[in-house]
Design a protein around this ligand. Sequence first.
Ligand code: HEM
Length: 419
Amino acid sequence: MSPHPTPGGPHPGGPSLKDAWDGLATAAGRQDPYPFYEAIRAHGELAWLKPGRLVVVGYDECDRALRDGRLHVQDAAGYDASVPGWREHSSLRAFTSSMLYSNPPDHTRLRAVAGFAFTPPRIRELRSVVEDMTDRLLERMAELGADGSPVDVIAEFASRLPVAVISAMLGFPEEDQVWFRDMASTVAVSTDGFGDPAALERADRAMDEMTGYFTELVARRRRDPRDDLVTLLTETHDGDPRRLGHDELMGTLMVLLTAGFETTSFLIGHGAMLAMEQPGFAERLRTEPDFAPRYVEEILRFEPPVHVTSRWAAADTELLGTPVPAGTRLTLIMAAANRDARRFADPARFDPDRTGNRPLSFGAGGHFCLGAPLARLEAAIALPRLFARFPGLAATEPPVYRDRWVVRGLDTFPVAVAA
Ligand code: HEM
């Protein structure tokens, strides 16, 4: 018998836990991971893949794990202990100097340095900037599709808005935004682990290019300060490098650019897809001013851009009565927690009118997404305006998902914009 008994039991005849887990890495799992999550859930909301390796799919269990200060994110020391040679990969190294890959006390310090710029009141001030950017992108889409040609709503809209907004906040020149978007997308594959050495190699090269770019930009802002975040972070570093070291400055810029770009683009992409599949929602986005925030929250629950995160137990702890010994590695599948029937009625149904909708899509606890107010604002502005500008918006081909698990969303989605 396993030293870590799993609560509940598998359905007779269902896949073993190992098969359900391994299935996530198959083509079918990449296409649609949800059946595999349910196959894992059949073995328990907390399931031991092996001693020391826990996968969590329950809502309360995930929520508790994300808030447990004894469960740490993988930081540089954690990589040193578990991934030989990781320091050779600049794409991994850069992120470990950021808040996302730090634990207290470093995490507390790094989050405070950038956090002031992302508070809900600061973000609300951006509303008219986001509206203007949205309208400019929609105008461009209208021009591209005026002759009836299909327009890729991901490439031309969903992925452009987030990069335009964060670039404006950080102070990146407008002409570099498409380059940033492509670099950030290449770098992001390192979040999917070490499965594909060629992709990791590409991520390293992109990271080196971006670091070179940031180094130059920081030097420029030192000479010629502006009213932007790069200038503020540079001044913080120059004023007291113990508050923000050089690598940490680079890591902070990198994480602010990359953490919010693909994620928000996938949120908008999923929102567009679901409203085209069920035109009643497009109509409500156009006509009901209060509908967009509820719609966005339900997209986050139903098709979250970030499916999974991980933690390791720095000390013995427990999750709702299950002992979790120090050293345990945990995979927290927030996308599965968002479909926990104990928490959400009829969880596989997309229903923006559900009440008390609090998905775990931005995480919880100390690492709760710093950009959540910004992502919500962007999507709640972008989607109603998209369907108001193009009432006849329709797919010309089915959307294609990117072949990734951790950060999951649409790669392409061609649509017709002309009525
Ligand atoms: C729909 C869009 C987004 C989703 C689904 C999302 C999701 C997440 C999740 C799940 C985490 C927690 C990871 C963990 O605990 O392991 C996180 C952290 C973070 N996110 Fe987001 N994010 C989004 C947009 C943004 C935006 C727009 C920004 C900023 C511009 C941003 C910046 C960050 C940062 C800096 C962290 C690290 C916070 C910390 O470690 O304290 N995110 N995000």
